[in-house]
Design a protein around this ligand. Sequence first.
Ligand SMILES: Nc1ncnc2c1ncn2[C@@H]1O[C@H](COP(=O)(O)OP(=O)(O)OP(=O)(O)O)[C@@H](O)[C@H]1O
Length: 239
Amino acid sequence: MTGPAIQVENLSKTYGKGASAVQALKDASMYVQPAEVVGLLGPSGSGKTTLLQCLGAIIDPSGGRITLGGDTLFDSGWQYSDRRTLRRDRIGFIFQRPYLIPFMDATENIAILPMLQGQTNHQAYDRANELLDILDITDRAAARIEELSGGEQQRVAIARALANRPSIILADEPTAPLDSHRAMSVMQLLHEMAAESNTAIIVVTHDENIIPVFKRLYRLRDGVLHEEAGEGRPFSTGT
Ligand SMILES: Nc1ncnc2c1ncn2[C@@H]1O[C@H](COP(=O)(O)OP(=O)(O)OP(=O)(O)O)[C@@H](O)[C@H]1O
């Protein structure tokens, strides 16, 4: 193993200044190994979204260090001027709602990112078809987004997050809109995808049903991050 996919050291984030300043992250440190899926828990307002947005290079941390696959991304300042390209090429995002492009079909929604990355249409569609196959939704490839169920849409969103083979995926409550059976199958898929593509995945969740599947967890309280051992409960087969 070559070291963590992502390493965070003493990350802090303060919103605002003076009397109205909010210290949303206080010296947060964490790591995720390649192919590992970790949970990120914490009550509302504890800093989960702030941490995810710092890791996703969406907002600026106030201090600390973020290393992605050995490359320093942030060290008291961003080390990459083109953070849009950094996000597109190296980080995958899965949100609570899939945010798919409604006038494109499932395949096009997945192929668009590799095409933006500069791959040929042929390569991008090959990758999209491969992911549709792995995620077992090939039969819905040509469906418009509105014709897909919530679970199918979330599978397409997972495929899109994997399309550019990112080293890390940030998932913000990916199972929130799903019933418990679909939520568990999305979690199982995320674990399979992590193992298959050596991707590190951080899953923010409030979902009590899925918390037992994590082997390792981080919990935020008032901006302070702690590591915890999880149950690592196996997925039951045949569901
Ligand atoms: N843009 C902002 N400006 C000022 N304060 C903010 C901003 N965004 C978040 N905060 C504050 O930072 C703290 C952490 O917020 P954050 O959204 O990261 O929490 P969270 O754990 O994701 O909450 P939830 O589970 O409700 O989404 C909260 O006190 C919040 O009010």
